[in-house]
Ligand binder design. Structure first.
Ligand code: C2E
Ligand code: CA
Ligand code: CA
Ligand code: CA
Length: 279
């Protein structure tokens, strides 16, 4: 302890997080927001199951911590939420996503949809919709090109307010996806009420397909339900050829997972898209 703030660099990576106090993490997040280059968006492709074409991509945040290496959002998003730092961080994410989308348009000459994860804390921010619209306008990015991913539990908080926010977002043309579908406290009434247009089936039901009967039952009936409701269905966590083949057989239209690509930095992502096209 006496050695001061940098002590944690001596611990092995499995122990990271345990020894980094919340306060230290908060301080580090604050300084990261003031420094260029510590945050980066990685991209993971979303593939159409028929033609195996890249239709969309999801932006996943990485933090190059000066002492701890690359951190997954799982290690710092909840602190960012509790401290309110998710608001400036979230704005950085949206701006970076717009910049990257313009780059994709230029290099790929194709109109991918770009999915961004949004924290419920951001949604509750005063005038979230107005600020988001202002940013995409600044970059001349049309809202139809951006999909906002929000977890079911995020939908639940403050139902009437969030319902209002979602309606405004849809009216402006933003896509809305329910993330981790099947793991939260959702109910069918939410699907009925909320102007959602995409469901992302949680990877816990997908990654071991087709081995377990329960996973098969859950996934195949959810896809049928989603399709009947006119929703775009995405299975995430596709890790194996067997899972992919099963999902294709039952008619899951969109797939995402390590089987195709891990989340990768922008240059690798564009390379992936271009190489797939010439195959
Ligand atoms: P998520 O939105 O459900 O993102 C999918 C997570 O699963 C990512 O973890 C991704 O790397 C991982 N993944 C992708 N394919 C596979 C697969 O085939 N198998 C398995 N087992 N995992 C796979 P990651 O990047 O560590 O992100 C974790 C979570 O952090 C995300 O879960 C999301 O909730 C949150 N997050 C990520 N980026 C952002 C962001 O920009 N803003 C906010 N608010 N949250 C973010
Ligand atoms: Ca997501
Ligand atoms: Ca998810
Ligand atoms: Ca998640």
């Amino acid at each position: 302890k006496n050695a001061g703030g940098n002590t944690y660099r001596f611990f092995s990576s499995e122990m990271k997080g345990v020894f980094l106090s919340k306060i230290q993490l908060e301080n580090d997040l604050r300084s990261a927001l003031k420094t260029e280059g510590q945050f980066q968006l990685y991209y993971q492709p979303v593939i159409s199951s028929g033609e195996e074409k890249v239709m969309a991509c999801e932006a996943l945040l990485r933090w190059h911590h000066p002492l701890r290496g690359i951190l997954s959002p799982l290690e710092f998003i909840s602190t960012a939420e509790k401290t309110g730092l998710i608001v400036p961080l979230g704005e950085w994410i949206i701006r970076q996503a717009c910049t990257d989308l313009l780059h994709f348009d230029h290099v790929l000459e194709d109109e991918l949809v770009l999915s961004v994860n949004i924290s419920p804390v951001q949604l509750q921010q005063q005038n979230f919709v107005g600020r988001l619209k202002m940013i995409v306008d600044q970059y001349h990015v049309s809202p139809e090109r951006i999909q906002l991913e929000i977890t079911e539990n995020g939908l639940m908080e403050n139902t009437s307010d969030s319902l209002n926010t979602f309606r405004q977002l849809r009216e402006l043309g933003f896509g809305i996806a329910i993330d981790d579908f099947g793991t939260g406290y959702s109910s069918f009434s939410y699907l009925k009420q909320f102007p959602v247009h995409c469901l992302k089936m949680d990877k816990s039901f997908v990654k071991d397909l087709p081995r377990e009967q329960a996973d098969r039952a859950i996934v195949s009936s959810t896809i049928k339900l989603g399709k009947d409701l006119g929703l775009v269905m995405v299975a995430e966590g596709v890790e194996s050829k067997e899972a992919y083949e099963y999902l294709a057989t039952i008619g899951c239209p969109f797939l995402q997972g390590y089987f195709f690509s891990e989340p990768v930095p922008l240059p690798e992502f564009t390379k992936f898209v271009l190489e797939r096209r010439t195959e």
